[in-house]
Design a protein around this ligand. Structure first.
Ligand SMILES: Cc1cc2nc3c(=O)[nH]c(=O)nc-3n(C[C@H](O)[C@H](O)[C@H](O)COP(=O)(O)O)c2cc1C
Length: 351
């Protein structure tokens, strides 16, 4: 696995923090970037309808900081004219790369022809890519799925078309729109696309350990690896891969590192958004982050039933203290209810 280039932009290490709506905003990207090992960061997907109508939330989603570079803005939509305008806006705010979302399966996105809807309307995709290509000078990239329908996995055809339209990097999440997040991502399609096009190709889906990343890379000869959910569960995963690449022993976070990262994230969130929103986001990460830790399930319930900043900080302190002393964590309060549902798609889209 070695660095690769999207035109003249070096992606080093060849690891991408995969875009996740409702997750990969400024605070989350800061948290992850500080852990190291990320070669490219991407915004959440941003509605072109929102951007071109000056929706403040959409404009906010384009924010990024210099330390994140190289940085890609990802947009979604189905109308060529609005896609072009939004692409121009991304270039104007200084994004290094413009990425088109051709993968989101959410009905409200697909209904308007955007996201994975573009995979069943390749003429529309072609028009959009050509329109955008004429309007911007930064590299244009796409993130696609295996196909729209399970019985028509047209990712290779889509990749070829994208390359012909001047796209300079193709990322594939090897599930179809019909599949949603079920089953396993098909990495053989990454290999097939890599053979079919000359531009760099990256793969996405189910990479949760450094060993997964190396195995997928060896099987497919892909240029880059995207990691999404695996980075929520383990914010050090990029650094661990980078360590291995450099011949170092991979970094192993201690319990104290884990406690500190949760607190750091909470601080970043509160500096960036209203308290209630920060609390919601904190619950989301705490849920992902404590999978596999002793008493983690109980901790998730307790956090889920906490409603104030002080309470959450106290519960985090208690939990890590108990676990580090080797005692069983029983938690306080909070009935034995169902846990909060895990956010696992782009359903949170604002259009
Ligand atoms: C909560 C969530 C939100 C997502 N939002 C986006 C998005 O905005 N744009 C995109 O291209 N993919 C999005 N995805 C897909 C991921 O980028 C990734 O391709 C997929 O989750 C598979 O990779 P993983 O197993 O590493 O998570 C999202 C995934 C999740 C779980």
């Amino acid at each position: 696995m070695k660095p690769f280039k999207i035109r003249d932009i070096e992606i080093s290490p060849p690891l991408v923090l995969s875009p996740m709506a409702g997750v990969t905003d400024v605070p989350f990207r800061a948290l992850l970037k500080r852990r190291g090992g990320i070669g490219l960061t991407v915004s959440e997907f941003i509605s072109v309808e929102g951007l071109t109508r000056n929706n403040p939330k959409s404009r906010r989603q384009m924010r990024f900081f210099d330390y994140e570079r190289p940085f890609a803005v990802q947009i979604f939509g189905g109308q060529p004219e609005r896609m072009r305008m939004a692409a121009e806006m991304a270039e104007e705010v200084g994004a290094d790369i413009l990425d088109i979302n051709c993968g989101c399966p959410a009905p409200k996105v697909v209904k308007h022809g955007g996201g994975s809807g573009l995979l069943r309307d390749l003429p529309r995709l072609e028009t959009i890519l050509k329109e955008i290509k004429k309007a911007i000078t930064i590299p244009l990239t796409v993130k696609i799925r295996a196909g729209f329908y399970d019985n028509n996995r047209n990712a290779v055809e889509t990749a070829r078309l994208a390359e012909q339209c001047g796209v300079e990097h193709i990322a594939l999440h090897g599930r179809t729109k019909e599949q949603g997040y079920k089953g396993r991502a098909d990495w053989d399609l990454v290999r097939q696309i890599k053979e079919a096009v000359k531009v760099p190709v990256s793969g996405s889906g189910d990479v949760v350990t450094a060993a997964d990343a190396f195995a997928r890379w060896r099987e497919t000869n892909c240029d880059g690896i995207l990691i999404g959910r695996g980075a929520m569960a383990n914010p050090w995963i990029f650094r661990q891969i980078e360590d291995t690449l450099a011949g170092r022993e991979p970094f192993e976070p201690t319990l104290e590192d884990k406690r500190a990262v949760l607190i750091e994230y909470f601080d970043l969130l509160r500096a960036d958004m209203p308290e209630f929103a920060a609390i919601g986001r904190m619950k989301q990460l705490a849920g992902q982050f404590t999978r596999g830790l002793p008493g983690g399930a109980r901790f998730r319930q307790v956090i889920y039933h906490s409603h104030a900043v002080g309470e959450i900080l106290e519960r985090i302190g208690e939990y890590f203290e108990t676990v580090s002393e080797g005692r069983a964590y029983l938690g306080e309060g909070g009935a034995e209810e169902e846990e909060a549902p895990v956010l696992d798609s782009c359903e949170t889209a604002t259009i």
